[in-house]
Design a protein around this ligand. Structure first.
Ligand code: PMT
Length: 221
């Protein structure tokens, strides 16, 4: 990074999927690989930030100079994300957090019996929205993974979750988004937006970190 744009800045990133236990051997999850969040963590560390990566279960090596906290469920990710928020200047929510979890995680393996099985799900807490609405409030960036009306839903999430910036990710196309090495996104903030071309998640992360650093400085100065 030419100018070490985030020297000394404390940055937290969530990455990967969460797992919501159904019973001791089964869970609900999604296709997030963690690649996007890990690439952002690497780019932020290169820019001089002190990075804490809060990661769901993924198969990736921790980037250099990044400290990592491994979590499994959305509730675990929430607890790690909200802890000691006064030590966080910038929060980036890249994780694909399960919106719902089974209402009870039973302690014994569910046995096969009837032809149908009904699971009751309850809402998980919204991590990025809780961070953005906390008294300590770091500069807060969310992602929006959408399969239709991507920019419309992303703007809606920017306002509703009271974020400083949102990264709109069209996940209908399997060449970009979940588990791919490349991505194409649009960054949106109040009063502006920037569309990035398709590029590797590593390259894109450097561009996104530069953009986030610029907005963070403007807001703070
Ligand atoms: O991990 P990869 O395979 O590299 O894929 C990258 C990605 C597609 C997962 C990533 O680029 C991405 O889009 N992440 C956000 C996925 C998501 O769950 O989006 P959402 O639109 O459902 O959620 C909106 C925002 O709220 C996100 O910042 C999410 O982290 C956050 N959220 C959602 C639910 C919840 N309970 N708590 C949250 O903090």
């Amino acid at each position: 990074f030419p100018n070490r744009a985030l020297d000394g800045i404390k940055l937290r990133i969530t990455a990967g999927p969460t797992r919501e236990a159904i019973d001791p051997v089964r869970y609900i999850s999604n296709h997030s690989s963690g690649k996007m969040g890990f690439a952002l963590a690497a780019a932020a560390a290169d820019a001089g930030a002190q990075v804490t990566l809060i990661s769901g279960p993924v198969n990736l090596a921790t980037p250099e100079r990044v400290s990592r906290i491994d979590v499994s469920s959305a509730q675990d990710m929430y607890d790690a994300s909200l802890a000691d928020l006064q030590d966080c200047d910038i929060f980036i929510a890249c994780a694909a957090v399960a919106d719902y979890r089974p209402s009870e995680a039973v302690t014994q393996k569910i046995k096969k019996s009837a032809d149908t099985l009904t699971l009751t799900l309850v809402r998980n807490p919204d991590i990025v929205s809780s961070v953005a609405n906390s008294p300590q409030r770091p500069f807060t960036v969310g992602f929006a993974a959408e399969t239709q009306d991507v920019l419309h839903y992303a703007r809606d999430k920017l306002q509703r979750k009271k974020l400083d910036m949102i990264i709109a990710n069209d996940v209908a196309n399997t060449d970009i988004g979940f588990n791919s090495d490349d991505n194409r996104v649009v960054a949106l903030w109040n009063g502006g937006e920037h569309a990035f071309d398709t590029m590797s998640k590593a390259q894109l992360s450097r561009r996104l970190i530069a953009l986030i650093a610029e907005h963070f400085r403007t807001e703070r100065d």
